[in-house]
Write a protein of this length. Structure first.
Length: 407
């Protein structure tokens, strides 16, 4: 696969910038890894730009899955590649998923083949406090090259998963009230830690006591200072109510992950301007919390004024099916424009990377995908993908498989 020149002009396609109206016969100019122009017909392409004809194609920003475990729950590796849950204690706020992500995981290539160029990788949901998330691009030799923001949030879980993980061991927490108590206790400890730091800082340097560092409390303090969001795994309406209650108590920025029954509290969620990352949607009702799982739920939430993103929760649903979940949600009532925003600019904002990805906007990273047609049509496919202006993927119709660039 040939390298892309410093300037590339993708011309003639239907450009869907997400933040702005679609442009039929538009041009997207990529220069030095950034989007340099998004223009309509008649735009004069710079003489030094390589032309790429996208006539009859759709041009969109790379999709984003705001909640997945790709790289930490590796494909076909069994226990050796399973690094999502540090089950040694209920509060593991200090662990960082960035330390567990394997860029060689096949899941990243599956993601790119499905038009997904960025993902927020979360720790798992066995612990009430599971650890720090990382927002990364889907291409790179090391995770350090891929990082957009780390930490991008702090993962927490309510409901069945931590109940099962610790209840089976006859340890705390084995109930919903125990889970909430663990979380509250951790935040109170972080508040006390911050108070000690503030008191020490107020003293003269010669009299200033040393406050020993505590990595758990440092991570929780980032949440209390609203530097990163609290990523709350919760399905059932009563657990969602608990999530809302604790967010009010401690004043942190809340994101609801999964939100299977969020539609039952949609008015409260919308009034509090709390986004819901809904999904996975292509699953059986494998546990009690999922009894009201429905592909119609994204449309119900959006109609009530809730900001939504859509997730596969990979590997629960293979990550390349992200756009197909959006498609079937449209079939069940979700507005198509909202559906595309739910896999682009909305997740970009949730993970704190909207200044770089999520829309075709001048100055953002040149991360985009050329589709054969409307991506909400299940017969369309991602034909070419660019990250930082470099073509890293192309679908070969003769071989009927994707071809990737060399890392």
């Amino acid at each position: 696969m040939a390298e892309v020149s410093a300037a590339t002009a993708i011309v003639g396609g239907l450009v869907v910038p997400i933040e702005g109206e679609p442009i039929d016969g538009g041009t997207v100019l990529l220069r030095d890894g950034k989007i340099a122009a998004v223009e309509g017909p008649g735009f004069e392409v710079p003489a030094d730009a390589e032309l790429l004809d996208a006539t009859g194609k759709w041009v969109l920003p790379g999709f984003i899955d705001a909640h997945a475990h790709v790289g930490a729950a590796e494909e076909s590796q069994g226990w050796a590649g399973q690094d999502t849950n540090e089950r040694s204690e209920p509060n593991t706020a200090h662990v960082r998923v960035v330390d567990a992500i394997n860029p060689a995981d096949q899941g990243f290539r599956d993601a790119i083949g499905g038009g997904i160029l960025a993902v927020n990788v979360n720790p798992g949901s066995s612990n009430p406090i599971g650890g720090q998330t990382a927002a990364i691009k889907c291409w790179g030799r090391t995770v350090d090259e891929m990082v957009l923001r780390a930490p991008a949030g702090l993962k927490s879980a309510l409901g069945e998963n931590p109940k099962r993980a610790y209840g089976q061991r006859n340890e705390t927490p084995s109930t919903r009230l125990g889970i909430a108590a663990v979380i509250r206790g951790a935040f109170v400890a972080a508040q006390n830690y911050q108070a000690k730091q503030a008191a020490a800082a107020a003293k003269d340097a010669s009299e200033r006591p040393v406050v020993d560092r505590d990595l758990k409390l440092e991570a929780l303090s980032m949440v209390l200072r609203r530097e990163i969001p609290w990523r709350q795994h919760c399905h059932r309406a009563d657990d969602i109510a608990t999530a809302l209650r604790m967010a009010r108590e401690f004043g942190y920025e809340l994101v609801i992950d999964h939100g299977t029954e969020a539609y039952l509290l949609a008015d409260q969620i919308a009034a509090a301007s709390i986004p819901v990352i809904i999904g996975p949607l292509f699953t059986s009702r494998s546990k009690v919390e999922l009894r009201n799982r429905s592909i119609a739920n994204p449309g119900r939430l959006a109609a009530a004024g809730v900001t939504i993103a859509i997730t596969t929760d990979h590997p629960v649903v293979p990550i390349n099916f992200l756009i197909h979940q959006a498609t079937l949600a449209v079939k069940e009532g979700l507005d198509p424009v909202t559906a595309l925003r739910a896999v682009t600019i909305t997740p970009a904002r949730i993970i704190g990377a909207a200044d770089r990805i999520g829309s075709l906007t001048v100055g953002k990273d040149a991360d985009l995908v050329i589709w054969s047609g409307d991506p909400l049509d299940v017969m369309s496919r991602a034909e070419r993908a660019f990250i930082d202006g470099r073509e890293i993927y192309r679908y070969d119709y003769d071989r009927r498989e994707g071809v990737f660039a060399e890392l």
